[in-house]
Design a protein around this ligand. Sequence first.
Ligand SMILES: *Cc1c(COP(=O)(O)O)cnc(C)c1O
Length: 361
Amino acid sequence: MIKPYNFYSGPAILPEEVLHQAQEAIHNFSGTGLSVLEISHRSKEFVAVMDEAIALVKELMQLDADHEVMFLQGGGSMQFCMAPMNLLNENETAGYLETGQWANYALTEAKNFGKVHIAASSKADHYTHIPKQLDLPADARYLHITSNNTIYGTQLSTTFIDELLSKNIPIVCDMSSDLFSRKLDYNRFGLVYAAAQKNFGPAGVTLVVVNKHLLGKVTRPLPAMLDYRTHIIKESMHNTPPCFAVYVAMLALRWTKQQSIAEIEQQNIRKAEKLYTAIDNSMLFQGIAAKEDRSLMNVCFRTADEATDEKFAALCKQKNIVGIKGYRTVGGFRASIYNAMPEQGIDVLIDAMQEFETSLH
Ligand SMILES: *Cc1c(COP(=O)(O)O)cnc(C)c1O
């Protein structure tokens, strides 16, 4: 069977060699003769996996001693409540940049724990661009941003993120769909979280990096499982971690290190530019997001009408291109081209688009 070109938004494409290594470990994990699925998380072999995963994150993000790394469960969505629960008192205010549905969910959850101030929003424009004029109360505890808006295909530029990091306020960032896609000064963030299943692993594990000086400032009692300090002290082993998901994420982190983030970033720029150029040169396809805010990870586009969209979807199916349907509230197409997507996948998609356009004349 020929493997399809996988443009799913998440869970999403993983490097082929990671899949092979994961397959091997299902039968013989780390020379034990046991499966990674049936071995104790307290075994020295698994503890070594967790240690290596944490070490790889510290190395890839070049973290200083103030920043702690955790592998947690509950997905990106759990962080929507866990972050304010740990950082925001009831009488305090947090700023939120509302750039998409996930950002909206995050601020909605935060309202359970304190006051939420929307610093800027592009909701009225269907989240097609990133608002850059922020209105922030002077006493805001933190500013929450979503670096890449998976559904709408917009992304905060590195320049804009740097500008926000220069403000005198901790930045809490949902990087679920673009962590490890580019070089950033991660030590300047207060908290970064990312569900693994978009850009660096399978579903079931979420990475959290926090500046430990932000913790211990809320007065509410925190359940142990929802207190970051528990997981920091117990090195993500307070309870049984999702062992297989952590193992596969660790393999993907090894792969990321081998490629290097600098090289991955150059590839991501090249891949996205190629696809956006094809869209801009087309008389049929049009991009959905504002040009200056286009995402390097999720490329959203459509034709002039739904009937034509459906015909192109049928051609994609024929060409073994999968996962390219746009989110239901946006429509059209969304090609998710994460780190593990080879440039060849982009070429196949562009060929299909050009063949389709020619066939209509
Ligand atoms: C997918 C996604 C989430 C939600 O992650 P879950 O693991 O499904 O809870 C949150 N934020 C962003 C930016 C996402 O793309």
